[in-house]
Design a protein around this ligand. Structure first.
Ligand code: CUA
Length: 349
């Protein structure tokens, strides 16, 4: 069995770094105890570095809740310190007033205000996207994502493990599951939504910032739950339309003899029974559609970079790299056949 390079760094260009903490390196040195927490405020998978309207509202709610909790904590801690250190006094009216205000009135008002703000946001999150908006159906499977774009007036376009969205437009996701409960979450764009077998749930989001983001499964779904992620690209409308038209086209025929040999390996080993490659005899629907797999930003649902060596590693060691994956490992394929197969798949752009 091939020992596969266990690299998990996807070939996804990192989201443009945003200046979130205006400190020079020198003055930042004193902040080292809090840097692990500050690091969570940026990055491609942070709900606190929003790139979508819904995520912006959620981040705002988070900061109000954090501020409210801090206010209540400060008041209660102040009271506790007062109780511990204040000199004993005969007159009890002052301390009693402190307890009523600090222990009852301030916490109640603060928590009620935060609760009302959260409830006030709720109807906006639940409202469906306007008719005519882009619709995308995503099915969670152990451990990958089936993605179907449903452009109005056109045939559906199926792909897998990657989502691209036009900036500034509301998108409506229809979510379901083929096996167990998963949860669809792109933290930088919106809240999460469960994917439940036998039910269709929906999620609307509106990306506001062009960039690369990362989505993940947010519900424990089995051994490889943590390896079920996907890159998300928000791009300008024209660029997005071009990409979707490319995805709708059938697969490109191999251009070199090695690729042709790889196609024979693919078809000869029965890969087409599970995987579809539109425009070829492979019409399987069990596993991810591979029509344009070579053009994707990652392999195996965000697990590996999309390079020929990683293709070969993945095909020959699926169960080692992703425990519980349904695809059998093709460790018996000789190295030249693996190389040809990787060349063919990488050529499917
Ligand atoms: Cu799918 Cu966790």
């Amino acid at each position: 069995m091939t020992t596969a390079p266990m690299t998990t760094a996807p070939r996804v260009a990192p989201a443009k770094p945003r200046k979130t903490w205006p400190l020079s390196r020198r003055s930042a040195r004193g902040w080292w105890p809090v840097t692990p927490w500050l690091a969570a405020c940026s990055g491609a998978q942070s709900a606190l570095a929003p790139g979508g309207r819904e995520a912006e509202q959620l981040a705002q709610l988070f900061w109000w809740m954090a501020g409210g909790a801090l206010a209540v904590w400060l008041v209660v801690m102040g009271l506790a310190l007062y109780a511990a250190w204040a000199p004993p006094r005969q007159e009890q009216r002052g301390p009693r007033r402190l307890i009523v205000w600090g222990g009852v009135i301030v916490p109640t008002l603060t928590l009620t205000a935060v609760a009302v703000y959260g409830l006030w946001l709720l109807p906006g999150f639940l409202a469906p996207a306007a008719p005519g908006s882009l619709r995308i159906a995503v099915t969670g499977e152990q451990y990958w994502w089936r993605v179907r774009y449903l452009p109005s007036g056109k045939a559906p376009v199926e792909l897998a493990n990657e989502i691209r969205l036009p900036v500034g437009e509301a998108v409506e996701f229809a979510l379901d599951s083929a096996d167990v409960i998963h949860s669809f979450w792109i933290p930088a764009l919106a809240g999460k939504m469960d994917m439940i077998p036998g039910r269709t749930t929906r999620l609307r989001l509106t990306p506001t910032r062009v960039g690369h983001y990362r989505g993940a499964c947010a519900e424990y779904c089995g051994a490889s739950h943590a390896l079920m992620t996907f890159p998300v690209v928000v791009q300008e409308k024209a660029e997005f339309e071009r990409w979707l038209a490319e995805q709708a086209a059938p697969a490109r025929a191999p251009r070199e003899p090695l690729g042709e040999r790889g196609r024979d390996v693919f078809l000869g080993n029965g890969c087409g029974a599970c995987h579809g490659v539109r425009g070829s005899p492979a019409d399987g629907v069990i596993g991810p559609d591979l029509t344009h797999v070579g053009g994707r930003l990652s392999l195996a649902a965000g697990l590996l970079p999309n390079r020929p060596a990683d293709f070969a590693a993945w095909v020959s060691a699926t169960k080692t790299l992703k425990p519980g994956a349904h695809m059998p490992a093709f460790a018996m394929l000789p190295a030249p056949e693996l190389e040809a197969l990787s060349t063919y798949l990488e050529g499917l752009e």
